[in-house]
Design a protein around this ligand. Structure first.
Ligand SMILES: [Zn+2]
Length: 525
């Protein structure tokens, strides 16, 4: 099967998502990750739209050493009735200094006459002039045909004229965009096939889908089946509204299921780590249920199934998780039998004898009765299993912890925590303020331990969930705290349960740090 080019627009379209903002530094770091993954093109942003993107392209020229990907600047065609020579958008595109540029062009009759309020001839000339100007300036030009599918459905004639205008002037790619994201796979398949019949021999046809019908991945694949060989999308499907086409799903679908090479040899196994790394940089966790890269993508629960999968992994997994850099995971709860515990031990690389397995089963039953829930806290489960083999953590020993919250005379609250820990024969005392007790004890403990283990600087909390479990039995209400953390490569969750919310949080925090130290690249063994 032919190769399919991957064009990543995480740094432009992807950043339209609500609640995400990336600094220039973040954008440069993400570009490095995308290059490691090996996408063909990285769209860096719209130079001129904001000062950040101008700075990004300026710094990219000096600092970004891409080995696989080509950086692309994004812009638009010239203005209606304007001239290419004095058009600020086109000038910014040239000044960005990239080898390739991508411009958005109106390819729907309705948008030309109603949004631009200009004639169809002028709409066509805007595309032709802009492509001509950019190619004359030595740029490879890709054209994003905005609202293409909607335009084609109501007026195919103008949409095709728009494509031809770009092709005649030397665009290397015309990218058909489902800008409003409302199309369905059978429509995309038929329209791309029409387009392919018209111009497929002269130009690379691309596809750019949004996920408003939940079909962005399916639509992109439908376009490929009709002859598109260039797919635009974002890592983790980031993007405005319901998001863009998710490249972390499309790439393995095309490469593993259909045999279209999307990434250079040996790069697909970086998919999971790059997906999590980018999520981390943008402070936007990967959906645990995301296909291929989610933490639950290859997780198995329930006894029967788990013992069967030990015998024949491929009977329950649609692809080998290693191909995308993920792994099989066994989910363990109080219902777990011996087989599940043994499988989990093998997954963790632990050797467990019969008494140790029995110990784990007893501990799980007792703790889950108290309100623990280990399915959701893999890291705490691992520590519990290690302890059953006689292991105990020697990273640090807590002497004491104290947290005080005062209401100030001036109004407002002040919280301060003091933590005393021993690392070997060194005593570390640290006091920290926080916006609340959990924040204060987290900061104090982390800083105290961090003096001995600088790696912890990279570890930080990503989520903190509290649930009050109703006390139908004599113990009364207890608090369950689930705490998620990351070091940028690995994500983990720990749990603490206690009638006292501070104690529950403290247990989860302590285990979170122990787990981070246990799996640190330089962790003492
Ligand atoms: Zn878009």
């Amino acid at each position: 099967m032919d190769a399919v080019e991957i064009f990543d627009t995480t740094l432009r379209d992807g950043l339209q998502v609500e609640g995400v903002s990336a600094s220039v530094e973040d954008k440069l770091r993400i570009a490095v990750q995308l290059d490691l993954l090996g996408v063909r093109y990285i769209e860096g942003g719209w130079p001129g739209a904001n000062p950040k993107d101008i700075e990004f392209f300026a710094r990219a020229r000096d600092e970004l050493m891409l080995t696989t990907s080509t950086l692309v600047a994004f812009g638009s065609t010239r203005r209606p009735k304007g001239k290419v020579d004095d058009d600020p958008t086109l000038r910014n595109l040239i000044e960005a200094g990239t080898e390739a540029v991508c411009i958005v062009a109106k390819s729907s009759e309705y948008h030309v006459t109603e949004a631009l309020k200009t004639s169809l001839d002028e709409g066509e000339a805007m595309i032709a002039d802009s492509v001509e100007f950019l190619t004359a300036n030595g740029r490879r030009v890709l054209v994003d045909m905005e609202h293409f599918f909607d335009g084609y459905k109501s007026s195919p004639e103008f949409s095709l004229r728009a494509l031809e205008a770009a092709v005649v002037k030397g665009a290397t790619h015309v990218v058909l965009c489902d800008t409003n994201g409302g199309s369905l796979p059978h429509e995309v398949e038929a329209i791309v096939a029409d387009v392919y019949r018209h111009i497929g021999a002269d130009v690379m046809i691309g596809i750019h889908c949004h996920d408003d019908t939940g079909c962005a991945v399916a639509n992109s694949m439908a376009a490929v089946s009709s002859g598109a060989r260039h797919v635009q999308g974002t890592l983790n499907g980031l993007g405005e509204r319901t998001g863009n086409a998710n490249l972390t799903t499309i790439i393995p679908n095309l490469q593993l299921k259909l045999g279209h090479q999307c990434l250079p040899e040996g790069r697909l196994e970086r998919l999971t780590v790059v997906s999590h790394h980018i999520a981390e940089t943008l402070n936007r966790a990967v959906d645990p249920q995301a296909p291929y890269v989610g933490s639950s993508a290859f997780a198995h629960k329930a006894g029967l199934h788990v013992s069967a999968i030990a015998r024949a992994k491929d009977a329950y997994e649609h692809v080998d998780p290693k191909l995308v850099g993920n792994g099989t995971r066994f989910v363990v709860s109080e219902m777990a039998g011996r087989a599940t515990i043994q499988m989990k031990a093998a997954e963790l690389g632990l050797t467990m004898d019969g008494p140790a397995v029995n110990q784990v089963i007893d501990d799980l039953k007792r703790l889950e009765h108290e309100g623990y829930h280990f399915e959701a806290a893999d890291a705490s489960l691992e520590l519990l299993m290690r302890r059953a083999t006689g292991w105990d953590q020697e990273f640090f020993r807590v002497e004491s912890m104290r947290v005080i919250t005062d209401e100030m005379a001036t109004g407002g609250f002040n919280t301060e925590a003091t933590v005393k820990v021993w690392v070997g024969d060194q005593r570390h005392v640290y006091t920290a303020e926080g916006n609340g007790p959990v924040n204060a004890i987290d900061t104090a403990l982390r800083r105290a331990v961090q003096r001995a283990y600088p790696h912890l600087e990279r570890v930080h909390l990503t989520d903190f969930k509290v649930r009050i479990l109703d006390g139908s039995d004599a113990t009364g209400a207890v608090t369950r705290v689930l705490l998620s953390a990351t070091d940028g490569e690995r994500d983990w969750t720990t749990i603490g349960v206690s009638p006292n919310i501070i104690e529950a949080s403290w247990r989860a925090l302590e285990e979170s740090l122990v787990y981070g130290l246990l799996h640190a690249p330089t962790a003492p063994s």
